[in-house]
Design a protein around this ligand. Structure first.
Ligand code: AQP
Length: 353
């Protein structure tokens, strides 16, 4: 029997324009988890080629995301930072999971529908099977916790479905090989190989919305740069974007209930709360009754105070691209050392070894 250690895994695609949503929904929370967990943070470059195969400068984009992790406070000595394509186990396990997951499960994935749009027949097969690769990213390390934004909730449910089907379908072999781990599933305890990973979707900014439209997610691919705050924006750009952010004409409410059906107000208050490590209720107790003309400058000051040092540190890290490559290679070696025995177990369980 092999023990499953608590372990955090999460990733970001190197698709440019890392924004405040990626930071508050994921990276800022990764930094906090380092104190309590063993963490593996990945630049998921294989995912980056699912929506668009040819990129102008993929190596540069990979380094930029790695630099953002480091600049935000990820400690590459104590934890693992690497890019996905350097560890071949991700692609190998994804293939096995392509054979575990069912077409019906993937057909229900809303992100594929959104990203493929009307031209579904022309979307890459990789975009369709993206959630299987994401399950492989996580389960290649038997990760128990995955901090992500709200948009990844459905993919994490699929990861649990894949783990559960694998555990059920192969339960006899897992037991015969002595690889089973007792797991509580509802009222029962079963023997499984993969953990049922816990999503960590927490805090006031799990879904940061566009600054131009409070009903749309802040996104790298939004054609309007005014819709997002990029982590590389300077103080002027941050202040200008917050000043121009869409709002309604009313004053801020004093309680969170007053944010219902006011998506833009809710978004800006959530951003303030997440940046300040406070709750939305706490922010409203301070700003309730005030107009956006007073709240926006306070938010802009806070955003500049928190984000400018990260942008500066990113520039410093990126000034030495060879060092970033060295850190990624070192991280990949450490990731591979964890992944190899797990992949070998999986191959034995499936009967490939
Ligand atoms: N708006 C958001 N609010 C909170 N969290 C977010 N995340 C992304 N957007 C928001 C979280 O950031 C992590 C990395 O995301 P990703 O880059 O791997 O993929 P994505 O979700 O596809 O990011 P984008 O910006 O929306 O890119 P495009 O425009 O290409 O689709 C994840 O944890 C994600 O939840």
């Amino acid at each position: 029997m092999t023990e499953i250690k608590p372990r955090v895994f999460s990733g970001v695609q190197p698709t440019g324009n890392l924004h405040l949503g990626n930071y508050l929904g994921a990276i800022k929370r990764w930094v906090a988890l380092q104190a309590s967990h063993e963490c593996i943070y990945c630049v998921v470059d294989l995912h980056a080629i699912t929506a668009q195969l040819v990129h102008d400068d993929l190596p540069g984009q990979i380094r930029e995301i790695a630099a953002a992790f480091i600049a935000a406070g990820i400690d590459t000595d104590r934890h693992i930072v690497f890019n996905q394509s350097r560890v071949s186990g991700h692609a190998e396990l994804a293939w096995i999971f392509n054979c575990v997951a069912r077409m019906g499960w993937l057909n229900r994935m809303t992100q594929f529908k959104e990203k493929a749009g009307k031209d579904r027949e022309n979307a890459s097969v990789g975009l369709f099977t993206y959630p299987d690769l994401m399950a492989a990213d996580i389960l290649l390390y038997r990760a128990t916790h995955v901090p992500v934004g709200e948009d990844q909730k459905q993919h994490l449910e699929l990861t649990r479905d894949i783990a559960q089907k694998f555990n059920n379908d192969f339960s006899a072999r897992i037991a015969a090989l002595g690889l089973g781990v007792p797991m509580d599933v509802g009222a029962e305890t079963v023997n499984g190989y993969f953990p049922l990973t816990e999503p960590m979707i927490e805090g006031p900014a799990t879904r940061v919305m566009s600054l131009r439209d409070g009903t749309k997610k802040m996104s790298k691919s939004d054609p309007s740069d005014l819709s997002r705050i990029n982590l590389t924006d300077d103080a002027d750009a941050i202040s200008r974007k917050i000043r121009k952010a869409k709002t309604d004409p009313d004053a801020l409410p004093s309680e969170t209930a007053g944010l219902a059906s006011r998506p833009e107000a809710d978004n800006l208050v959530g951003i303030y709360a997440a940046l300040a490590d406070r709750s939305k209720a706490d922010i409203l107790s301070e700003f309730g009754g005030q107009q956006f003309s007073a709240f926006k400058p306070a938010l802009a000051d806070l955003a500049v105070e928190k984000l400018s040092p990260i942008a500066g540190e990113m520039r410093r890290v990126l000034a030495d691209p060879a060092e970033v490559d060295r850190l990624l290679a070192k991280g990949a070696e450490r990731a591979d050392a964890i992944a190899l025995p797990i992949l070998a177990d999986v191959k034995r369980i499936v009967g490939l070894l």
